[in-house]
Design a protein around this ligand. Structure first.
Ligand code: ZN
Length: 501
């Protein structure tokens, strides 16, 4: 029937077919920069979904072995039949989209189950055809379809990925901050994502933050009213902080669009990659600081720059993690599992997000366990509890509150954050009282996107600073977020600040 050589060729299509849903996933998510998507492709993503690839590959080979033994069909038929099943398995999400198109919107409430039914019908039809056919023509046609699919997806990815590994160090003009002092105190920069200014939050949520502010004050932390960020999104705000000034534009007349940035890679989180050195990283390195980063499922050191990782904080589950769960959304496996687990009140994905969101808590655990860093260290702590999805009660226990604009969820996250901030302030006061600390949001809450006249401007931010006697009188300068980090560099080194307007 088939020679060994032909079998070998057929066998070699299997890894190609297995890779197709993976390539689709990568092609779709690559280079997406959007405040509303919370998924990005990075080294960690690739690492983690590789383990899934291997998993599916092994499952495929085992199934093939049993299939051929049982059905006694030829080898080529077996490979094609299983490939089709595999391919359909990953079409769940795409089929769902059919029932969300304009003429079929009346079916959209049941899109999941309809997608499953459609998959089953296609499988029955295909089973009937493949076991009746007489020639290999259909097999060859389907193989051709898969190979074309593979080439198409691979070319999209190759086209999208920027293979330039050139560092910006050679062509970038760094701004060197003039530091005269020889002291090097630790600097902790907390980005409390989407945390509203307390005066706005108190008015809207009917909360009282006076006790919170007074207690902070007694520990040397000052709340800076009327603080501002330059941008309304995480990527640009953190980019400007690391740049120590506004992001440079190509055309000054035009707006703050990603395409109009002179150095788009100096936005967050790509700015933290090794080859994209920002002004802040440049100055910190010159001053002999270590740089560390505690992130979340959304962007973290494992995906962007492992030299910034603190080893003791890691999630090492290779199969159940945020990246793999996102990938499995393409299949019916995830919704079915989710449904079953929901009956037992278990929500794996949200539990993972919930745990990683609490970067302040993770940092506090680290400080308590290890004490203050011995070498002068700058730590970026990116905390997401006040960013949707809202997953805490006011005591920071897991509790899901649906909806981006859900004020109950927002209020609970706000109260939880205040507790976490008081705790970390307390720990820092005890363990590293010399540290310079900034606790600021990158932009205002989600509500400000709806009605800025009621809920405040998107660029109004929550802002707390702990300086020292050396730069106390310059605290007002921290009102502009990228100046706060400049001030921190002066404070931390006992250097008299220089600010020219
Ligand atoms: Zn943000």
């Amino acid at each position: 029937m088939f020679s060994n050589k032909q079998n070998l060729i057929i066998l070699s299509i299997i890894p190609v077919i297995i890779s197709i849903p993976f390539l689709e996933f990568l092609a779709f998510n690559l280079n997406i920069i959007n405040e509303r998507t919370d998924f990005r492709i990075n080294t960690l993503t690739v690492q983690r979904i590789s383990s899934l690839y291997l998993f599916f590959f092994i499952i495929f080979l085992i199934s093939l072995f049993f299939f051929i033994k049982k059905i006694k069909n030829n080898f080529f038929d077996g490979v094609i039949y299983l490939s089709f099943l595999y391919w359909i398995f990953f079409k769940y999400n795409d089929f769902k989209k059919i029932f969300n198109t304009k003429p079929l919107t009346f079916l959209s409430d049941h899109d999941g189950i309809l997608s499953l039914i459609l998959s089953i019908i296609l499988i029955i039809l295909f089973t009937k055809i493949i076991f009746k056919k007489k020639s290999n023509f259909l097999n060859i046609l389907i193989t051709f379809f898969f190979v074309m699919n593979f080439i198409y997806l691979a070319s999209i990815i190759i086209f999208k990925i920027d293979f330039q590994v050139k560092s910006n160090i050679q062509n970038f003009e760094f701004e060197k901050i003039n530091i005269e002092g020889s002291k090097r105190k630790n600097i902790y920069l907390f980005i409390v994502d989407a945390m509203p200014p307390v005066e706005i939050a108190d008015k809207i949520l009917n909360t009282d933050s006076n006790k919170f502010l007074n207690e902070l004050n007694s520990k040397g932390f000052t709340y800076i009213k009327n603080s501002k960020s330059l941008y309304g999104n995480t990527f640009f705000t953190l980019g400007s902080i690391f740049n120590l000034k506004p992001l440079e534009k190509i055309n000054d007349e035009l707006g703050n669009d990603f395409d109009n940035l002179k150095y788009p890679k100096l936005t967050f989180p790509t700015v933290l990659r090794k080859k994209n050195v920002s002004n802040l990283e440049f100055n910190l390195s010159q001053m002999g600081y270590d740089i560390k980063w505690i992130g979340s499922h959304f962007a973290n050191c494992y995906g962007y720059n492992s030299t910034y990782c603190i080893d003791s904080i890691s999630n090492s589950n290779i199969l159940i993690n945020y990246e793999n769960l996102s990938f499995l959304k393409k299949t019916s496996f995830q919704p079915i599992m989710r449904y079953i687990l929901k009956i037992f009140k278990i929500d794996i994905e949200e539990k993972i997000i919930f745990k990683s969101n609490n970067a302040i808590g993770n940092f506090e655990k680290f400080l308590k366990k290890n004490g203050k860093p011995v070498k002068p260290t700058f730590v970026l702590i990116h905390h997401l509890i006040s960013h949707w999805p809202y997953l805490v009660d006011s005591n920071c226990n897991y509790e899901k509150n649906d909806g981006k604009l859900n004020k109950i969820g927002i209020k609970k996250a706000f109260e939880c954050n205040k507790k976490l901030i008081l705790n970390i302030a307390d720990t820092i006061e005890k363990l590293d009282n010399d540290a310079i600390v900034l606790i600021q949001s990158d932009h205002n809450w989600e509500l400000s996107n709806e009605r800025s006249d009621i809920y405040g401007d998107r660029k109004e931010i929550f802002n707390i600073i702990k300086t020292n006697r050396f730069c106390e009188e310059y605290k007002y300068i921290a009102r502009q977020n990228f100046n706060a980090i400049r001030l921190a560099l002066y404070c931390a080194t006992n250097t008299k600040p220089i600010f020219n307007n």
